[in-house]
Design a protein around this ligand. Structure first.
Ligand code: COA
Ligand code: AMP
Length: 630
């Protein structure tokens, strides 16, 4: 966005996109180096809703690394790894990142990985996670990163679905007070998976070395050192760059696909337009590479834009204290910091006066962006006062890959109205629809939807499940993409996102399916039926809460069964689910047609009137839930 679009300001830029969407994206595509030009900017006849840049070829890794080295930025830090867990800091220059990535790509190629092959990456927050992602992109292979907080069965289901040729992992991850042995988790997942990779590359961390299985497992650093650097190959713009599994409404995660060309164009443009950053600027997204925020704004976008990206291994609090974010931001001269609201709430809870901010030179910090869940206004106000900087809540999803709504530093619309998620990014027409798909007037809450086609960077499909993509997102409101979020658009055009319309909950910025947790509870031999809802939590936003009914004849102590359910969720889904509370009731509240009244249970958990519908079967069941949750 050097040039034309930037000069337009937000209203002009948004109007320019509306007047000529293809012209807008064609201009944005000028920020990317292509190996072959597109046949058409957009072909509406391809895929579920059309495809961006068909016929074009590029290499995303070369756009992230090689071109910056070629342009003389080789000595600039590309990635600064700051580990509060190990007290280590490592700055990797663009030249060093390129060197390591090309060699790891060589190691993967030596194991047979090529264009279109999948590579699962199950890693803690170490530079090798980003290097492995980029190495896949260099080869035209498709990576699928799995968050480290998932348990073996979740990893196994992703391995079974993606069918990777190679898995890249580490001997261990580090959580406060404990070392998480990753390799046994990987081995357990492979024991469960019907698909077996041909090889595993394991990063041996010194805190805990893993036993390697001869023939299958290789030491990642040794393989990297021994491999010749691999050149960047030409990849079709419409080919998948990665698959990222996210929670759907069933226990089976959805494999969100990202195509390479549109993704590079949209992310590159977003860096200047939304965050106001360009080459040499330091950007810190305090998320995990296992989530979309980490894919887009720890790895791809900052590197596409020639920025320096900070990768942090640690927590906002407790590693060692609630000043960790200010320490890291000051140390590396961060210009824009992008954490989840939950992290701000955790810091605020432990250091409400912001005493630990003192002594850290945050003069280079210009703005705080928040996403992953709605930011409650008190937290946003607290952060803005503490930092004396604009705070921007912006809204997006795994499926979109970049913000649907935001404040736009590069377009002079900054900061957005407090309490809102900002205005639609050029590329998105957002409307609130009623249940029949009719556009609601300003101020009325409904289903937030994006008019098709989705812009570049958004998921074109689900992995090997185009029908599932259409069903999940396109069928409810023909001509629209259903976001699954409810919200409203006010008279000024500012969008407020209020919550999900399905059974997805947001726990500390992590997306979880209550349906998936219910499936685990229902598999316990004593459970007749159950419901899981997202109850309000002052720090994590929401936490899952289970209510269960036991089978007739079961007369064990409720506390013992609840403890087993908690352990079962941890074992099957993982600690990230933060499932710690299950309560027994004699009966679940239902409608006369047998539908469990989960919304009523959630309202009771949140201390609100249950607002039972007239179709309730037995109102006493609600009283029973209220008693159990009191
Ligand atoms: N590997 C293994 N275990 C992990 C893990 C990983 N990568 N990440 C988290 N866990 C575990 C934690 O150790 C914890 O286990 P416990 O139940 O034994 O304590 C559990 O999963 C929940 O972790 P977490 O969500 O980090 O909660 P917490 O209570 O330890 O910390 C916060 C609370 C608010 C500090 C923390 O949730 C946080 O930093 N949130 C921000 C998350 C974020 O950036 N989200 C944005 C995604 S876009
Ligand atoms: P994920 O796909 O994990 O990034 O989660 C996406 C979901 O998180 C969205 O559908 C929203 O429900 C929620 N979300 C993300 N950002 C925001 C935000 N700024 N405001 C409100 N909800 C958000």
């Amino acid at each position: 966005m050097e040039g034309k679009a930037q000069d337009l300001g937000y209203p002009g830029a948004y109007a320019a996109w509306r007047a000529d969407p293809q012209g807008w994206w064609e201009e944005a595509a000028g920020g990317i180096d292509w190996l072959r030009r597109w046949d058409r900017v957009f072909d509406p006849a391809r895929g579920a809703f059309g495809q961006w840049f068909p016929g074009a070829e590029l290499n995303v890794c070369a756009n992230c690394l090689d071109r910056h080295v070629a342009a003389g930025r080789g000595d600039q830090a590309a990635l600064i790894w700051d580990s509060a867990m190990t007290d280590q800091i490592e700055a990797l220059t663009y030249a060093r990142m390129l060197d390591r990535t090309a060699k790891l790509a060589g190691a993967l190629a030596a194991l047979g990985v090529g264009r279109g092959d999948r590579v699962v990456i199950y890693m803690p927050m170490v530079p090798e996670a980003a290097i492995a992602m980029l190495a896949c992109a260099r080869l035209g292979a498709i990576h699928s990163v799995v968050f480290g907080g998932f348990a073996a069965p979740e990893l196994a289901s992703r391995i079974a679905d993606a069918r990777p040729m190679v898995i890249v992992s580490a001997s261990c991850g580090l959580e406060p007070g404990r070392v998480i042995a990753y390799k046994p988790l990987l081995d357990a997942a492979l024991a469960l998976s019907p698909h077996q990779p041909e090889s595993c590359l394991i990063l041996q961390r010194p805190m805990l070395r893993a036993a390697l299985r001869p023939g299958r497992d290789h030491d990642l650093l040794e393989a990297e050192a021994a491999a010749p650097p691999h050149p960047a190959v030409a990849v079709a713009a419409t080919d998948p760059l990665y698959i990222l599994y996210t929670s759907g409404t069933t226990g089976r995660p959805k494999g969100v696909v990202r195509d390479g060309g549109g993704h590079a164009v949209a992310l590159h443009r977003s860096m200047r337009m939304i965050y106001g950053l360009g080459p040499g600027d330091v950007f810190w997204t305090a998320s995990d590479v296992g989530w979309v925020v980490g894919h887009s704004y720890i790895v791809y976008a900052p590197l596409l834009a020639g920025c320096t990206s900070v990768m942090y291994e640690g927590k906002p609090v407790g590693t060692p204290d609630a000043g960790a974010f200010w320490r890291v931001a000051a140390r590396h001269g961060v210009r824009v910091l992008f954490p989840a609201p939950t992290a701000m709430r955790a810091i605020r809870q432990q250091d409400p006066e912001g005493r630990l901010r003192a002594g850290h030179d945050l003069s280079r910090l210009e703005a705080l962006f928040l996403a992953g869940e709605r930011c409650d206004p008190p937290t946003a106000i607290w952060a803005a006062r503490l930092l004396d900087r604009p705070v921007v809540d912006h809204w997006w999803q795994t499926e979109t890959g970049w913000p649907i709504t935001a404040g736009f530093r590069g377009l002079g619309l900054f900061p957005p109205k407090p309490g809102s998620g900002g205005r639609p990014s050029p590329g998105y027409e957002v409307q609130a629809l009623d249940d029949h798909g009719v556009i609601l007037p300003p101020g009325r809450s409904g289903h937030l939807a994006v008019r098709l086609p989705l812009p570049p960077g958004c998921a074109p499909t689900l992995w090997e499940d185009e029908a599932g993509f259409r069903r999940a997102y396109l069928e409810d409101f023909p001509g629209w993409y259903r976001t699954g979020d409810a919200g409203l658009i006010d008279a000024d055009g500012d969008v407020s996102v209020m919550g999900r319309t399905d059974d997805i909950i947001n726990v500390a910025g992590h997306r979880l399916s209550t349906g998936a947790i219910e499936e685990v509870l229902a598999s316990h031999p004593d459970i007749a039926e159950c419901a899981v809802v997202g109850a309000r939590d002052p720090i994590k936003g929401q936490i899952p809460l289970g209510v269960f009914v036991v089978k007739s004849g079961v007369d064990r102590a409720a506390a013992a069964i609840a403890a087993e359910l908690v352990a079962l969720v941890r074992e099957r889904i993982g600690p990230v689910a933060a499932f710690k509370d299950a309560r027994q009731v004699a009966k679940l509240p239902k409608t006369r047609s047998g539908k469990i009244l989960r919304a009523c249970i959630r309202r009771i958990a949140d201390g609100e009137p249950p607002a039972a519908p007239p179709t309730i079967d037995d109102p006493l069941a609600l009283e029973e839930v209220a008693r159990a949750l009191s």
